[in-house]
Design a protein around this ligand. Structure first.
Ligand SMILES: O=C(O)CNC(=O)[C@H](CS)NC(=O)CCC(=O)C(=O)O
Length: 276
């Protein structure tokens, strides 16, 4: 399976973000064929005000129904380009809050599943900037795996990467590839992004496809916020097999299931576990 992680630099304008996503997807697919496309976290609206975020969020349809603009865009990309689409994450309206939700489509435009980000980013970065994701977003509580073209795929989002028990649960649920869209801050990303992804890949013996946002996004109060980019694909031995730079673009790699089997057979970590 050929997987592409798409790296974009979204702002607060949903229409512009959709145009940017379309341009990147068309540019990639004009150059090469892939089986699975992965967009970043909250690519429909990054930065902006609370009102921008609620305006960009959508009520998700019951599976099979017609959704909002981003939902239908993602479904359309899957059908038109005959490709599986992991839609990064988009805002899902849920009463007073928004959920940070990943949706996956098959090439027929059928929804395969949804995952809602479990761990919310309520922290202060080393430069003193505070983040309070829970002020706007609600948290999910369900561990999700689904089947993409014969490969069991586990879903996670951004800050989730810091909580290894989620990834152990995904591995135990049969995951061979874990898809993790993100909007990592520049401050934390430069020190932690690649280390965390490689560590989770090594300890779970899974492939990771981690798409990130990049560039500068302006908060509602005008404050700039920079995200780290460097979207990665990591193999189950922890090697980085593809990596984007710090601007919009993509990284592509082939998921080799024979390699996963070999890594797991030679070092049976699940069988050797004693404490958890
Ligand atoms: O706020 C939005 O609209 C979209 N959501 C995000 O950008 C989220 C919450 S602020 N970002 C992260 O989780 C970064 C995690 C991170 O950088 C780390 O773990 O170091």
């Amino acid at each position: 399976m050929r997987v592409a992680v798409i790296q974009m630099s979204p702002g607060a304008d949903k229409g512009e973000n959709i145009a940017q996503a379309r341009g990147l997807i068309e540019g990639l697919l004009a150059e090469q064929k892939v089986d699975l496309l992965v967009l970043p976290e909250m690519w429909t609206c990054l930065g902006g005000s609370r009102a921008n975020k609620f305006a960009a969020a959508e009520t998700l349809p019951v599976p099979g129904g017609t959704g909002g603009e981003a939902y239908e865009f993602l479904r359309g990309m899957a059908v038109v380009h005959n490709v599986y689409v992991h839609g990064g994450s988009i805002g899902e309206l849920a009463g007073e809050k928004i959920l940070n939700t990943s949706i996956v489509f098959n090439p027929l435009g059928e929804e395969l599943g949804r995952y809602r980000k479990i761990h919310l980013f309520d922290i202060t970065t080393p430069d003193g900037q505070g983040y309070r994701e829970s002020a706007i977003y609600g948290a999910g509580d369900e561990v999700v795996t689904l089947d993409i073209a014969g490969t069991r795929v586990g879903l996670a989002i951004c800050y989730d990467i810091r909580f290894p028990e989620l990834f152990l649960a995904l591995r135990r649920a049969g995951a061979e590839l874990i898809v993790l869209p993100a909007a990592f801050t520049l401050q934390t990303g430069k020190d932690h992004w690649e280390v965390l992804l490689r560590a989770r890949a090594i300890e779970t013996q899974c492939w990771f496809a981690a798409s990130g946002t990049c560039g500068t996004h302006h908060e509602g109060n005008g404050e700039p916020r920079q995200t780290y980019g460097h979207s990665l694909i990591v193999d189950p031995w922890g090697h980085v097999v593809a990596k984007a730079s710090d601007g919009p673009g993509w990284a592509v790699a082939t998921i080799n299931k024979a390699f996963t089997a070999k890594v797991r057979a030679n070092m049976p970590l699940l069988d050797h576990r004693r404490l958890a």
